[in-house]
Design a protein around this ligand. Sequence first.
Ligand code: ZN
Length: 266
Amino acid sequence: MIRVTIWYEYAQEIGVLKREMVPGMSDKDFEFFSDFVKSRVERIKEVYPKGLIGTLSEALEKDPEFRITLTNIYEKDYGLPDELLENTDVLVWWSHVLQDAVPDSLAMKIVKRVQKGMGFVALHSAHKSKPFMYLLGTSGTLKWREDDFCRVWTVNPAHPIAQGIPEMIELQEEEMYGEPFDVPKPDDNIFISWYRGGEVFRSGCTWTRGYGKIFYFQPGHETSPNYHNPYIQKIIGQGIHWAAPTVYRENFDCPNILTSPESLCK
Ligand code: ZN
């Protein structure tokens, strides 16, 4: 059994940005992002009547090995109280407009837990999430443009995450993410995406930190229907299996691995 916690932002799905969640945000930005989440909510509902993450988790729940907990930033302790984090084998993370609302202290608790063995699966715009940046020590920046045609190429077919996935998946609509992607050289690059604009992107990559395994996977824009795609669901499910801990080292401490937001390359 793998205890999977799926953490997601929720603001876009309900179309409401709560002021108390973003105390550091300027009034101008708050107004901008409030309008932004409001403007998306109907379109997201159209594409995902059960919600973006509701759709994904419904697919993942079919795996008898997964015991899934859904949580979001509006719940207690930003959705991840210590007890839940400590009882998570693989943390799946989807975030976007509220990346900065996650406290550094929580992001660092996640880093520590990954170093001890917890798996971390970062989806789509989580490339700019604090846990992902602090784990890798890089900014996670990339190029982007909404709504492009995409081909996801399997470039490492021997990898466990690629089993049963065809050589190429066509996605009629996905947000373009383009190189350069500011991350450390991956241990494995499993998928590369190509877009009609000519851009390419390392869309499926893995790393390890301490005893923990990290998988990043790009498809999953909130207004593109790709979490309905059985291959995308399968890749994420296999990513969770791959990232599941083989061993925990509760007393493991990694003084030489990045452990503070200050040491992040901005
Ligand atoms: Zn997106």
